[in-house]
Design a protein around this ligand. Structure first.
Ligand SMILES: Nc1ncnc2c1ncn2[C@@H]1O[C@H](COP(=O)(O)OP(=O)(O)OP(=O)(O)O)[C@@H](O)[C@H]1O
Ligand SMILES: [Mg+2]
Length: 346
């Protein structure tokens, strides 16, 4: 049966499609587009499609279909002022009308895929280094060092260190994925940050003394409790103070300050702030934006030497996000660093 489709039906159909979609007539002019397409291409009814669609991939597909060829999938990249956008689309022939192009922005999907790939590559790389060392020493212990008790002891010591590094890496990865899994569920228990901070400092006192660093705790009186997960906040404080001791040792002192914040602009309400301040070598500003990325280290050789996995601050960021808090890092080369978290009271 012949059912003529009028303009109204066509535009209702386009409006029913959630992704951007344009209809182009046989004369290559744009006949119709839905609101999502208008948001990308602007108002363009009646203009030649080449005026608004310029990337060679969709243009070639549209030309082909307008000339009577087969429709199909297309993919293209649009360079924007900020970042590129990647689109995936389908060009189809519509009898009696012309062609349609429906497309969607898949930049975020692509980015997530890139991140996943990078992550796997990073993890493999981090595990391979200690594994290679272990395998090398096993071979040496079987061969050259077989009858040399002194060498054997030394190699076993190194093997232990490498195995412990792998152990730490796996523990950090597990903890990161646990935190990520719960990130959308805000904790409900009430925690006392001063108590947690003082127990973290007690645990790290030995390490700090070994590094020649004095730990100071300064708690403002009458701090409110905050909703939080005690174990996770302990981990946050532990990671921050450990970093300050590890990388800021030259300053000789690490201070932890707890303050009430009556009105935090980003939290839109009261909060409690915990700042970990060292007077060490500081961090070059160019590194600051990337510091909380997984495996990002300013000086990877040095961090690895200190047994670091580069996951400490990534874990901090996810835990603070789960608490709907904020993390702020200020640092000046040669003067030291200040890592501050603010957790909302409500
Ligand atoms: N207080 C600080 N002063 C100077 N640099 C710092 C400080 N805190 C962190 N950094 C830098 O940030 C990097 C990332 O820190 P992060 O805690 O994520 O990893 P890590 O300490 O190398 O390893 P991990 O914490 O997993 O053992 C560190 O390698 C270091 O270069
Ligand atoms: Mg660390």
């Amino acid at each position: 049966m012949d059912s003529p489709i009028d303009d109204r039906t066509m535009s209702d159909l386009l409006a029913a499609v959630p992704m951007p979609m344009v209809a182009i007539g046989p004369d290559a002019r744009i006949l119709m587009l839905n609101a999502p397409a208008r948001a990308v291409l602007g108002e363009c009814i009646g203009t030649h499609y080449l005026i608004v669609i310029r990337q060679p991939e969709p243009v070639a597909a549209l030309e082909r279909v307008l000339a009577g060829g087969e429709g199909g999938a297309v993919r293209w990249r649009a360079t924007g002022p900020g970042r590129d956008t990647i689109y995936r689309g389908t060009v189809s022939r519509v009898t009696g009308l012309g062609v349609t192009l429906a497309f969607e922005d898949i930049s975020e999907l692509e980015q997530a895929a890139d991140m996943r790939r990078d992550f796997v590559a990073n993890v493999s790389h981090e595990l391979r280094t200690p594994l290679t060392a272990l395998l090398g020493f096993i071979e040496t212990l079987r061969g050259a060092a077989k009858d040399d008790p002194a060498a054997r002891e030394r190699f076993l010591g190194i093997m232990e260190r490498e195995a412990l590094r792998m152990n730490r890496l796996v523990a950090d990865l597990l903890s990161l994925s646990r935190v990520e899994a719960e990130e959308r569920v805000r904790p409900t228990a009430q925690i006392d940050l001063a108590g947690l901070a003082s127990s973290v400092l007690a645990t790290l006192r030995g390490v700090a003394e070994g590094a020649g660093v004095a730990l100071e705790l300064d708690v403002a009186p009458g701090l409110p409790t905050v909703p939080g997960d005690g174990d996770q906040i302990t981990q946050v404080l532990h990671n921050l103070v450990e970093n300050a001791v590890k990388y800021g040792a030259s300053g000789g002192k690490v201070r932890v300050e707890l303050r009430a914040v009556s009105q935090h602009p980003q939290l839109r309400g009261p909060g409690v702030s915990v700042a970990v301040i060292d007077q060490g070598e500081g961090i070059d500003p160019m590194h600051l934006p990337r510091l909380t990325e997984r495996f990002y280290r300013v000086d990877s050789h040095r961090s690895r030497e200190k047994g670091g996995t580069g996951l400490g601050l990534a874990i901090v960021k996810h835990i603070v996000n789960r608490h709907r808090g904020r993390l702020k890092v200020e640092s000046e080369k040669g003067k030291g660093s200040r890592f501050e978290i603010v957790l909302p009271v409500h």
